[in-house]
Design a protein around this ligand. Sequence first.
Ligand SMILES: N[C@@H](CCC(=O)N[C@@H](CS)C(=O)NCC(=O)O)C(=O)O
Length: 224
Amino acid sequence: MGEVKVIGSTRSLFCTRIEWALKLKGVEYEYIEEDIRNKSPTLLKHNPIHKKVPVLLHDGESIAESLVILEYIDEVWTQNPLLPQDPYQRTISRFWAKFSDEKVLLGSFDACKAQGEEKQKAIDTAQESLAFIEKEIEGKKYFGGESIGYLDLAIGWIPLWIAVMEEVGEMKLLEAEKFPFLHKWSQIFMDLPPVKECLPAREALLEYFHASINYLRSLEANKQ
Ligand SMILES: N[C@@H](CCC(=O)N[C@@H](CS)C(=O)NCC(=O)O)C(=O)O
């Protein structure tokens, strides 16, 4: 199996998805908490390009970028496969994982941050992206079908992190009436023991998001 370490930050959804994958595979690992506001020489050595968490260290080799790490984990530890066997389905899963990071996550964050007349427009944009994800889960238990897979882990940030963004941004994104299937999936996903085990404390996330959003809003206010 070799030595496995994760350099991460407990509040980071990108890091949590890596822990979920390792737990589902039954891989033992050491977690190294990084202070992303004061980056360690270890992080800079192992991820000199992006200088971000997570980084997976496997027998001394470093791998960065969470979606890439998920694929690596799935290839190295083949038990409980995460990606579909079928090449087309595999590619489609990667497409939606990328979409979720690039559109749903950033859209939700923008909606959380937006104020005034920009707010409703930002909420509508985020919900338009969520509607595509709703279509993907319609009629299924998991994004991976009958068992949890790569896309569930990639999208797994939605239940907790969107709830936190909703509270901090004083808005609603994941409305149960608009997104019934995503809602149902969120409940099933959040009840899984390996998922629960790695979730950060909601209070800590709330504090972190409050601070980040206030900081970004003040930067924008100073520009005007
Ligand atoms: N695309 C990256 C995103 C990782 C990321 O944004 N990590 C944040 C923590 S949530 C980070 O390390 N930020 C430090 C920085 O931006 O300087 C991934 O999927 O791994």
